[in-house]
Design a protein around this ligand. Structure first.
Ligand code: TTP
Ligand code: MG
Length: 452
């Protein structure tokens, strides 16, 4: 924990949905859901207007359609999201050289290296107000929530409390009180596995966690994690803001006080480790194909065992299953000093899947089914995608099917537009790139520099 509130966390509001509302005037103020639109699709995000109906990320689109039948369902335009993300990250780099990007719409900024006096809270707040205004201008209408605190943990909590479209600074001294009422899963590193263990101890909130003795905690979750958890419950978080580099692997390992021969104990530790690794993957929106188990035996010999899967994953279940089977091949009679698990060979495949068209035999979709799913020739008229018409100009696909495509002719800076229907092979109509931002990346901002 730092003496001043000098870590900033920024998270764009309903990011993909907000980009859609920005570019489609008719959807502003309306429920918008972005994700897989096919029968087996999953919601990537929902606008705040759609969240009122109980629609949220990772829910099946089928369930979302039952809860919010009148919402707009769009299949997503990654190029548009990437461009806005890049514009925001560039803005953060103008604020401070130390920016740690966590995902496409989220980053930490170290204000100690920014041109602001971190001992002056009013000055820090003024700088953040400016940042949010600059962001909205540069992205032509998006909003972000910003939290500032004395550690990454506090900055993240603060931005969450500020959501949506808000700013919050947690002053040094008020941290422990601020987090007390939050659910324990707000603590960094606490995933479903740890949460299950904590439930066994009757822990629901951070306050419950604060009330546990270190001994109780260690007994349930293991010593090294127990100690960190105990400190985190009192907002003691020393993690530095690390400038992002491309993430090549994510791993955790643990050295035991005494050599362990009991397979059950090792499996329990492995489960906690997998929980932490998948938490980090999910926050970075990464999916891994290679899983590596590391075991150091009592004689200091170190074994690594890897398996590469056909498809990429980010789930606790699948990574734990591989880890468990790799551990099954290790002779434990010697005793284990250190156990670790790592993942690598990252893809964004899981996220890719959100945008995939559904299987051909899915029958749910009728109006918004892209041509490719019905076996029709011609371009894919996915809902939400950009088109251009010789006479009517720029617009977006509202729906398609039965050889017809419905287009609304409007764009970022126009009034709400009119809807027209065309034959899918109308030569005057074609797919288009998203309308670019006026902002342009500096020449050196190549794609390679992006962690997501
Ligand atoms: P989030 O920041 O988690 O969500 P959000 O920006 O939509 O909403 P909030 O205002 O609560 O921050 O994720 C950022 C974007 O990442 C989101 O708009 C869509 C995408 N995403 C996925 O593709 N899959 C997911 O499972 C999640 C959670 C997000
Ligand atoms: Mg967000």
């Amino acid at each position: 924990m730092r003496p001043h509130a000098s870590v900033l966390h920024l998270d764009l509001d309903a990011f993909f949905a907000s980009v859609e509302q920005r570019d489609k005037p008719s959807l502003r103020g309306k429920p918008v859901i972005v994700g897989g639109v096919g029968g087996r699709g999953v919601v990537a995000t929902a606008s705040y207007e759609a969240r009122v109906f109980g629609v949220h990320s990772a829910m099946s689109t089928a369930l979302a359609r039952r809860r919010a039948p009148h919402a707009a369902y769009l299949s997503g335009r990654r190029a548009a999201y990437r461009e806005s993300s890049r514009a925001v990250m560039a803005l953060l780099h103008e604020l401070s050289p130390r920016v740690e990007q966590l995902s496409i719409d989220e980053a930490y900024v170290d204000l100690v290296e920014a041109d602001v006096d971190v001992t002056d809270e009013a000055a820090v707040l003024a700088r953040a107000v400016q940042l949010r205004a600059d962001l909205t201008e540069r992205t032509e209408g998006l909003t972000a929530s910003v939290g500032i605190g004395s550690s990454k943990f506090m900055a993240k909590v603060a931005s969450e409390l500020a959501k949506p479209n808000g700013l919050r600074l947690v002053s040094p001294g008020s941290e422990v009180m601020t987090i007390a009422g939050l659910p324990a899963r707000a603590v960094p590193g606490v995933g479903p596995v740890t949460m299950e263990k904590l439930h066994r101890l009757g822990v629901e909130t951070v306050a419950d966690l604060q009330a546990l003795s270190l001994n109780e905690l260690n007994r349930e979750v293991g010593r090294s994690w127990g100690e960190s958890l105990h400190l985190l419950a009192f907002a003691q978080d020393e993690r530095p803001v690390e400038s992002s580099r491309e993430t090549k692997s994510i791993s955790v390992e643990e050295t035991f006080e005494r050599d362990v021969r009991d397979r059950e104990i090792l499996l329990a530790r492995l489960a906690v480790q997998v929980d932490q690794v998948t938490g980090r993957m999910q926050r970075a929106r990464l999916f891994a194909r290679t899983i590596t188990l590391k075991v150091r035996l009592a004689d200091f010999s170190t074994l690594t065992r890897s398996r590469t899967l056909h498809g990429a994953t980010d789930t606790v279940e699948s990574i734990l299953a591989v880890g468990t089977s790799l551990l099954a091949g290790v002779d434990l009679r010697e005793g284990v000093r250190l156990l670790g698990i790592g993942v690598s060979s990252f893809t964004e495949a899981g996220q890719e899947a959100l945008f995939e068209v559904a299987d051909v035999d899915d029958v749910e979709e009728t109006t918004a089914r892209p041509a490719v799913e019905t076996g029709e020739p011609g371009p894919v008229w996915r809902p939400g995608h950009d088109v251009e018409h010789d006479q009517w100009g720029r617009g977006w696909v509202q729906g398609s099917g039965l050889g017809r495509v419905t287009v609304r002719f409007e764009s970022r800076h126009t009034e709400v537009g009119r809807v027209r229907t065309f034959s899918v092979d109308d030569p005057a109509l074609r797919g288009s790139e998203p309308e670019p931002l006026a902002w342009r990346p500096a020449a050196s901002d190549g794609d390679d520099a992006e962690p997501v």
